[in-house]
Design a binder for this molecule. Sequence first.
Ligand SMILES: Cc1cc2nc3c(=O)[nH]c(=O)nc-3n(C[C@H](O)[C@H](O)[C@H](O)COP(=O)(O)O)c2cc1C
Ligand code: SF4
Ligand code: SF4
Length: 302
Amino acid sequence: MKIAIVVFSPSGNTLKVAEMLKKELVKQENEVQLLDITRNREIFKTGGFKDFLDKQLEEHDLLCIGGPVYAHHLHYNVQDVIRSLPRPGGKWGKLAIPFVTYGTISSGIALHEASVLLKRSGRKTIYGMKLEAFHCMSRLLSIQVGKGLPDQGSLVIIRELVKRIGLLNKTQWGQASDITPTLDYQSLIGKLKAKCIFRERFWHRHIYPQLEIKHDSCKLCGQCIKACPVQRLMIIKGTVAMSQGPECIHCGECIRACPVQAIKFQCDLQKWEHLFAEAAEGKGPMPSRERPKSSIYPFGGL
Ligand SMILES: Cc1cc2nc3c(=O)[nH]c(=O)nc-3n(C[C@H](O)[C@H](O)[C@H](O)COP(=O)(O)O)c2cc1C
Ligand code: SF4
Ligand code: SF4
């Protein structure tokens, strides 16, 4: 089978999963192309997902599309990638598998959103996969939520997915059923929370802490610029600054990359420590109650 994997992965968890998936698929003699769109200047400077995918994606029967869960949603860049896909036909396959990683708190409505969009693009979602992962926001805190994930346990689930892909033979592709309703697994409260409270762009603009750059400490080394997954930072008039264009997605990659701690989030770290500590215990405003934590759909329960 010819399989394309497209992934957006600001802090590397979903990319790690995509690489594991590719390795397992290749072992089963599939032809696999892995396209990582993170930090791609062409895409994020011009906003041209459509042209980029058209140029870069090779012929495939099955498209696996992966990204992180941000604020209970499929990251909006991944949603935009799916919206940019042309209808199936020619080199574009009809079958799709969305997969997400999330920081153990909630996968929200991400997989369902992905499959609804894939359906609108004329594709059929045949499986979905969610994997719990290290919560990249907690990297800046003393509480490390989901440390070490994805791991060998994730690999077991990925292998199961690959096995199920292998069970589909070419004659059955047309009959494979669309599993979109199965991915609507959140409770009514979970769905309402995602739709009414966790509105991703609103959170990025108004709730998540804003970045502060200490220009007198900055050595202009450019590490933060290289690290930014959406190419948000650039040097303007001799200082590092936010560019026009893609908005900051609060991944913290620039903070991690800076060798002299010249960038930080303007926030009360203690408040965030407290929130994450509560979440890890299943309490507070964002309790980590999702069960199963990692799974393949439609069969789940792994
Ligand atoms: C701004 C932001 C919002 C996030 N929202 C959620 C969330 O709603 N639920 C959750 O469990 N994890 C959440 N996470 C954690 C990521 O989903 C998790 O770390 C994911 O594996 C990151 O994928 P990546 O390494 O491929 O970027 C969030 C992380 C960030 C930076
Ligand atoms: S500016 Fe920093 S926090 Fe914002 S998206 Fe870029 S790397 Fe992430
Ligand atoms: S990584 Fe730090 S020191 Fe280097 S350019 Fe960015 S802010 Fe300045």
